[in-house]
Ligand binder design. Structure first.
Ligand SMILES: [Mn+2]
Length: 430
């Protein structure tokens, strides 16, 4: 296994913090024991948890106004995989990478697979891109892709998704995520019913090529780039798609793809109940699809989503196997630091949700004790689980304080010297 950040540096960084961590862990263990919770059992579950890193997240993103590149940005997928390797080495919580095609297209797929394996990384869901035109493609997606009025354009978009499946097969991926930007900017521009019929026909052609052990995740998004109507605009349409396509089709929930104040955790519960929750794109938002760092704006909402996930996990809900991925765009931070912090926030929400006293909660629900039901969730959310997360990282060979260890390593300055700045890049909002 290749090590990017020196093991001795991580050990030296951990040594500075080990005594305090042990005291904090013991103290928390004692407090949790009083609530009837075994801290080691929580730690074991947290240690087994992983979230996929988006390959497109390790470069600086941008807005529709400008992109401000950082130093040492990855130039290609091999550089991106190394950055993802750093994130996993220090957090031990991101064992897989989710690729975006054609941004991450390479001629030598076995070399890419081998590169991932050398860093302990596997490949999560493949993401297709028919929301922008690739250089030299025959038909433009300006007016749509899988739902385009022109059959040849739809065919081209289908073929692209089939290619993503083939690339994924070579890398050991087991899922395809499809998000399209198709929609309209003017009332009357598009026939809602015809467009959705064309979408279903296109997706059926993609679904037919899906290997037996694969799943397809369709991702809804309320608006943008289309500003009047979007073909796959909400979870209701998404559920209809998954139903129409069949048992290998599931809905993907990107936390930023809803109207403000929508009860996302309730959508999650519904999709679990009807066995169609495929996975997540974790991020956070204030106004729209902001793609901010997970848990940076509303950590309580993230916790409430995980509360539903743990509820399903505890009762062993049938067909419950969601894929967990981050999907963020980093404009003002070092993407590696943002992704490490976000992965830890997801672990934190999971750990907090594991602390919910579910028997007590059920009793309060049964008795219509609204205040105590809410307080039961709050008691879990208010618990500082950092010692559990840090101990899990330490025991798996990671860093007690990943961002501090990363800064001490000088990795960014090192790659800045090796990687000349490139124009453009594959940062984006998806
Ligand atoms: Mn997304």
């Amino acid at each position: 296994m290749t090590v990017i950040i020196s093991t001795s540096l991580v050990e030296a960084e951990n040594a500075k913090r080990l005594a305090e961590l042990k005291r904090d862990y013991e103290g928390l263990g004692e407090r949790l024991a009083r609530r009837g919770i075994d801290i080691d059992a929580i730690g074991t579950k947290v240690a087994a948890y992983g979230v996929a890193v988006p390959s497109w997240g390790v470069g600086s993103g941008g807005t529709r106004f400008a992109r401000f590149p950082g130093s040492g940005e990855p130039r290609n997928i091999f550089d991106k995989i190394e950055d993802c390797g750093v994130i996993h080495e220090l957090t031990r919580a991101t064992p897989t990478v989710s690729l975006h095609i054609p941004w991450d297209k390479v001629a030598d797929l076995p070399a890419l697979k081998e590169k991932g394996a050398s860093l302990g990384l596997g490949f999560d869901a493949m993401n297709s891109n028919t929301f922008s035109d690739a250089p030299g493609q025959a038909h433009s997606y300006k007016f749509g892709s899988l739902t385009h009025t022109d059959a040849a354009t739809r065919r081209q978009a289908i073929e692209h998704n089939l290619e993503c499946i083939e690339i994924g097969k070579a890398l050991g991926s087991k899922a395809l995520t499809v998000w399209i930007g198709d929609g309209s900017n003017f009332p009357g521009q598009s026939n809602f019913t015809r467009a959705f019929e064309r979408y279903l026909d296109s997706m059926k052609a993609i679904y037919a090529a899906l290997p037996d052990d694969w799943r397809v995740f369709t991702e809804h998004k309320m608006y943008e780039p289309a500003f009047y109507s979007t073909v796959v605009q909400d979870w209701g349409t998404n559920y209809l798609i998954a139903q129409e396509l069949g048992p290998k089709a599931f809905c993907l929930v990107d936390l930023g793809h809803h109207a403000p104040n929508v009860n996302i955790e309730m959508i999650v519960a519904r999709l679990i109940q009807f066995k169609k929750l495929g996975g997540f794109h974790f991020n956070d938002s204030k106004y729209g699809d902001d793609d901010l760092d997970t848990g940076s704006i509303d950590p309580y909402r993230l916790f409430l989503v995980f509360n539903e996930l743990v509820d399903a996990e505890v009762r062993k809900a049938e067909g419950f196997e969601p894929a967990h991925m981050l999907d963020q765009s980093h404009n003002v931070t070092d993407p590696i630091e943002s992704l490490m912090t976000s992965a830890m926030e997801v672990c934190r929400a999971y750990a907090q949700a594991l602390l919910v006293d579910r028997n007590a909660l059920e009793g309060y629900q049964q008795d219509n004790d609204a205040l105590m039901a809410s307080e039961t969730l709050k008691a879990a959310f208010r618990t500082d689980v950092e010692p559990i997360l840090a101990m899990a990282r330490l025991e798996k060979g990671g860093a007690i304080a990943p961002v501090a260890a990363y800064r001490a390593s000088g990795y960014r300055a090192r790659v800045a010297a090796e990687r000349p700045a490139v124009a453009g890049g594959g940062g984006g909002i998806v």
